[in-house]
Write a protein that binds this ligand. Structure first.
Ligand code: DGY
Length: 321
């Protein structure tokens, strides 16, 4: 009997591919760059499973291209805003993701960005590299303390809580905005629930951890940025489209906020002529929140587990729909 075809849209760690090789006919996209939309449709043709990345738009046409065989879509990410869930539901296709495993890794990066912008680490490094370090300077590269400050968090799920936990180690209090949060306060994180206005106005550091959906799309716009403290630093490791980037440029140019650390941008990759790239108060990393050897390897295993379950018509271990 022929094996089911599984389309894999990029080379993922071998831990996951090895689990699939015996059971499936793997069709793995080999390039570093993603398949174009047209190439993605061709890759998906006849597939029973699609193992995709957050940069692949998986919609009606891709599902149509796969045809009647398609049973499962397994996203190599916890976020799944790239997949049309309504289209998947309509076809009884199971959709899975990789929750939990990347929580601490992503929280680490959010905190690394926060510290880097607050203490001007990248600027300091560039200053030394350029041979400009002549002496100890009383006013050289002054930044902002974390201790005693307010950490604002939008989206208080696993990653938001993990960032708040790190904040307690730096003697910070947390205010969070999260309409779906199950409690008003979380004593263990020194965290209290507030409305959006309050988190914008009172945060010294505002870190975004919400999924991208209708409510969060472009939530951090001109109006929101104008409410923030002039000394505030914005951190985004969630999705680029939560922030209006032109408005962020204006906010930084006009001094409405002091800096930003972005692991995600809109678009991705960021346009090479974006003014954000030449601002010393901004640090940008290329969407690497979950990028550690351990986490990316475990994500590959979870994706493979989702594919195998879907092919056998079982509920996925990490099922979205
Ligand atoms: C996710 O999983 O959604 C991250 O953005 C990438 O790991």
């Amino acid at each position: 009997m022929s094996k089911p075809i599984v389309a894999v849209t990029r080379i993922i760690p071998e831990t996951g591919l090895a689990m699939l090789r015996d059971r499936c006919e793997l069709r793995v996209w080999q390039d570093e760059l993603p398949p174009s939309y047209a190439e993605l449709c061709v890759l998906a043709e006849g597939a029973a499973g699609i193992l995709c990345l957050l940069s692949d738009r998986i919609d009606d046409s891709v599902m149509d291209a796969a045809g009647s065989n398609i049973k499962v879509i397994s996203n190599y990410a916890v976020g799944y805003d790239n997949i049309d869930l309504t289209a998947a539901r309509r076809r009884n296709i199971r959709v899975g993701n990789t929750p939990g495993v990347l929580t601490e890794t992503t929280a680490d990066l959010a905190f690394a960005l926060l510290l880097s912008v607050a203490r001007r680490i990248a600027e300091g490094h560039a200053y030394v590299q350029a041979g400009r370090w002549k002496t100890w300077g009383p006013e050289l590269l002054r930044g902002y303390d974390l201790s005693g400050k307010t950490l604002g968090i939008i989206g208080f799920g696993r990653i938001g809580k993990a960032v708040a936990r790190r904040g307690t180690g730096f003697n910070m209090r947390t205010l969070f905005y999260s309409p779906s949060a199950e409690q008003e306060t979380f004593g263990e994180f020194n965290a209290s629930k507030v409305d959006l206005d309050t988190v914008l106005k009172e945060s010294d550091f505002l870190s975004l951890h919400c999924p991208l959906n209708e409510a969060s799309m472009y939530m951090i716009n001109r109006e929101a940025l104008m409410k923030m403290k002039k000394t505030a630093i914005l951190i985004n490791t969630a999705r680029g489209k939560v922030v209006v980037h032109d408005d962020l440029v204006e906010a930084l140019e006009k001094g409405w906020i002091a800096g930003a650390g972005l692991d995600v941008t809109d678009p991705e990759p960021i346009n090479s002529d974006s003014p954000l790239l030449s601002m010393s108060s901004v640090i940008i990393t290329p969407h690497v929140g979950s990028a550690t050897y351990e986490t990316r390897s475990r994500m590959a295993v979870m994706c493979a587990e989702n594919i195998l379950a879907g092919l056998e018509d079982r509920p996925l271990p990490y099922q979205v729909v």
